[in-house]
Design a protein around this ligand. Structure first.
Ligand code: FAD
Length: 405
């Protein structure tokens, strides 16, 4: 980091601590000259220092957390983001619909454009539908969003997993911090949710390879439904170049409790079987350049998204679609709503106003996610055998007209 950047980084943190005017946070943003003077005095005497008292603590620097932090920090409030890992590395195919209401940071790597989705039924007949989206390199996408949050003034503390919720704040590895509002944006296996004692979400267990040297359709993603290779879920192929793609799948249930599939158990075993033994093996038996695994929440939107001064945003709140598993767009949308609601609550010094977040999210996402959850329940019933999957798929998958009736 160069000297100027270092000065700037410290100045934001330190001026918040020193120029404390709690009742009017916008006044905390100092003038450039003040930055300079303040830092010349302090930087060399206090090597590692940041305020432990914040307006907002966000747990998790995924899309939901970073966007929430950006909105609130841009309004001049003091925001701490606690991130468990030392870098962004959420497992993901990285498909984003073009309806995403976000100016992508330049440093975010777009790997391919997608104009079509080809959906294969178990008998290998297929159905094409138009699509308008793109595939991003997920770690660089998340890192770019985190950088935007940091540039807005949020302090991101990497390698700092949340340990506990304590009165007025949180305890994390290496310290404690207090804040008026806390946001749980810590994903599908949310620590915040388990500390609240709320139910764990139902998940699809996923595995994904990034493959090189594969045979792809042009500007198209492919989705395969087959109870033998992806019971309860599906196989996806998202191109990242002319001959490279992220090929992954999700299966119902935690690893180990999935029946069927000729004795296969883990999602990786199912994926290996798909790319080496299936009818598509010739197309997808390329070089494996990366392997990731993860979980998709399929339990639908949580009933409670807000309690006291605490909000849940993104996967921790069950905002991913229970049928497709897509969750980035909703995480970003909800993060923006959370950010604006938090600003209102802070400005009015009234955490009761946070309840508006739940109402607004339910107004926008409640119906589509409830419909998808209904479909999920049917999918559970029909997914175990290819015969029933073949018959019912049109009413269960989003690209068929029957799904929307
Ligand atoms: C294999 C796979 C493929 C997917 N493909 C797509 C896709 O193509 N398109 C799409 O829209 N969605 C996809 N999803 C879903 C998508 O990844 C999620 O919906 C999205 O990441 C939700 O964002 P989030 O910010 O809520 O959570 P996350 O992105 O999971 O971010 C949570 C953050 O919290 C951090 N964290 C966790 N615990 C703690 C703790 N105790 N303390 C501090 N920090 C913590 C994590 O390290 C992480 O950085 C996929 C998911 C999987 C598993």
């Amino acid at each position: 980091m160069d000297f100027a950047a270092e000065i700037n980084q410290f100045s934001v943190k330190i001026s918040w601590k020193c120029g404390v005017n709690q009742s009017s946070p916008r006044n905390l943003v100092p003038k450039p000259f003040e930055y300079h003077m303040l830092n010349m005095a302090i930087v060399y005497t206090v090597p590692e220092m940041f305020s432990m008292d914040y307006d907002l603590i966000v747990v998790g620097a995924g899309p939901a957390g970073s966007i929430t932090a950006t909105v609130v920090a841009q309004a001049g409030y003091r925001v701490l983001v606690l991130e468990r890992d030392f870098s962004c590395r959420s497992p993901c195919a990285g498909y984003l619909s073009s309806t995403i209401n976000l100016e992508l940071p330049e440093s975010c790597i777009i790997q391919s454009k997608i104009r079509k989705m080809r959906t294969y039924l178990p008998d290998l007949s297929f159905h094409d539908s138009q699509l308008n989206g793109f595939v991003v390199d997920r770690p660089s996408f998340d890192a770019a969003l985190a950088r935007v949050a940091k540039d807005a003034g949020a302090y991101i503390k990497w390698g700092s997993p949340l340990i506990d919720l304590v009165p007025g704040g949180v305890r994390f590895r290496g310290g404690k911090a207090s804040a008026s509002v806390i946001v749980g944006a810590d994903g599908v296996s949310s620590r915040v949710v388990s500390l609240l004692g709320w139910e764990r979400q139902r998940t699809l267990s996923c595995a994904q390879y990034h493959l090189k040297g594969v045979d792809l359709l042009r500007e198209a993603c492919e989705i395969f439904f087959d109870a033998d290779y992806a019971p309860g879920g599906y196989v996806w192929v998202y191109p990242t170049g002319e001959e490279s793609a992220k090929v992954g799948l999700g299966i119902l249930g935690d690893e180990g409790d999935t029946g069927g599939g000729g004795g296969l158990r883990s999602p990786r075993e199912y994926l290996d079987a798909f790319i080496s033994e299936s009818f598509m093996a010739e197309r997808f038996c390329g070089e494996r350049i990366e392997y990731v695994r993860g979980f998709l929440p399929v339990g639908g939107l949580r009933r409670e998204l807000c309690r006291g001064n605490l909000l849940l945003v993104g996967d921790s709140a069950g905002m991913a679609d229970p049928i497709t598993g897509a969750g980035i767009n909703n995480a970003l949308l909800a993060g923006k709503i959370a950010g604006r609601t938090i600003i209102d609550a802070l400005e009015n010094d009234d955490v009761a106003m946070l309840e508006r977040y739940e109402r607004e999210v339910k107004r926008l996402l409640g119906r589509p996610l409830a419909r998808s959850l209904e479909k999920r329940k049917k999918m559970d019933r029909y997914c175990t055998a290819n015969e029933s999957l073949q018959r019912h798929l049109p009413e269960l998958w989003v690209t068929f007209r029957e799904y929307w009736r």
